[in-house]
Design a protein around this ligand. Structure first.
Ligand SMILES: NC(=O)c1ccc[n+]([C@@H]2O[C@H](COP(=O)([O-])OP(=O)(O)OC[C@H]3O[C@@H](n4cnc5c(N)ncnc54)[C@H](OP(=O)(O)O)[C@@H]3O)[C@@H](O)[C@H]2O)c1
Length: 330
């Protein structure tokens, strides 16, 4: 069948614009045909569109569909593995329909969560980083940078559920800082444009932080080092300040000497979402939801496939909070 999809027109070297994307008609054919219901968006995807991509997977090329996580409904199947009406997840991305072998789709439990869109969240990364890498537990004082974003909005709640004594988050606006405290259960939050991170952490965690979940890097990483207690654990997850900031920030030089002096454990990690990591997250997430200890932070944009690039650009500009997705209308 003929479908509409979004392709990259050119690899991105500077600021991404609407002109980097085009809507194209293509033919899809395969054992299973799936209508895309909802598409996940995340800042990481910009990295995969860049000519100097730093992620160790093949970057997208001009003329390629933007292939990111999406959930959809099976509308035709020649496989005993999948039936019409099944909910599936795949990396088929910014396309109205996709087709392929049944084993290229992961069947999802439609009943597991109140909203199927929860399957698109960044929970496995947040849970693995907080529980396994930073190994946060009872009594920890935790700082989460980028705390209103897809990963960070889950990471802070996970720290609380794991028993952290105090969780502090940073975000890019006063409204987002309020959201962290009033809706996501953070103990304190600050707007990172509002003075040096080291000063804000000095006020909000006067006895220092014992763990840091970092998705931003740069100045916030330096501030966290300043506020770290000896032996603090730093789970280094992402580098939004260099991914989304100006060119001068693109390849930051973290200060290792300060970490060495305090014996801070610098723990960079890459989460490829193994089945074990996904299962661990889903198990904890569904029980925390049932117990009323967790909310799923999300922004759902309603629109057609042609609206996906603009939603992505708005995400990069900080217009949304939580895990962002586009629910497609037809
Ligand atoms: N290690 C892994 O396995 C792994 C897995 C997934 C993601 N990651 C990484 O984790 C990071 C966070 O991912 P995400 O999906 O949570 O991000 P995201 O929510 O998609 O990022 C969007 C947010 O970035 C913030 N932002 C924009 N410009 C910024 C700047 N110059 N400095 C700091 N923040 C800025 C904005 O929030 P504010 O308005 O609050 O600034 C915006 O809402 C990324 O670096 C990603 O590559 C790593």
């Amino acid at each position: 069948m003929i479908t509409r999809e979004i392709q990259l027109t050119a690899q991105i070297t500077g600021t991404p614009t609407r002109d980097h994307f085009t809507v194209t008609k293509t033919e899809v054919d395969g054992q299973v045909l799936v209508r895309t219901d909802q598409i996940g968006l995340a800042a990481t995807y910009l990295e995969l569109m860049r000519a100097d991509c730093t992620i160790p997977v093949p970057a997208w090329q001009p003329g390629q569909r933007v292939g990111v996580a999406a959930i959809g409904t099976v509308v035709r199947s020649e496989s005993p593995e999948l039936e019409v009406g099944d909910l599936v997840q795949s990396m088929t991305g910014w396309s109205e329909y996709s087709a392929g072998p049944a084993d290229s789709y992961l069947k999802l439990d439609r009943e597991l969560f109140a909203d199927p869109g929860y399957h698109l969240g960044q929970g496995p990364t947040a849970y693995y980083g907080m529980a396994e890498v930073a190994a946060v537990g009872e009594g920890d004082v935790v700082f989460v940078s980028g705390a209103a974003g897809g990963v960070g909005s889950l990471a802070g709640q996970i720290a609380k559920c794991l028993g952290a004594a105090r969780v502090i988050g940073s975000a890019g606006s006063p409204a987002k800082a309020d959201y962290l405290v009033n809706e996501l259960g953070y103990d304190a939050a600050f707007e990172y444009h509002d003075g040096p991170t080291a000063d804000r952490l000095g006020e909000l965690a006067p006895e220092g932080i014992s763990a840091f979940f970092d998705v931003v890097g740069g100045e916030q990483y330096q501030g966290a080092l300043h506020a770290a207690r000896p032996g603090a654990r730093f789970a280094l997850c992402g580098s939004l300040s260099s991914q989304l900031g100006g060119a001068a920030q693109r390849f930051p030089q973290p200060d290792r000497a300060a970490a060495e002096a305090k014996g801070v454990e610098l723990l960079p990690f890459s989460c490829y979402h193994t089945p074990d990591q996904i299962a661990a997250w889903r198990e904890h997430f569904s029980s925390w939801l049932d117990e009323g200890r967790f909310v799923y932070p999300q922004t759902v944009v309603e629109g057609g496939i042609e609206d996906v690039p603009q939603a992505f650009l708005s995400l990069l500009q900080g217009s949304y909070q939580g895990n962002v997705s586009v629910r497609l209308s037809y």
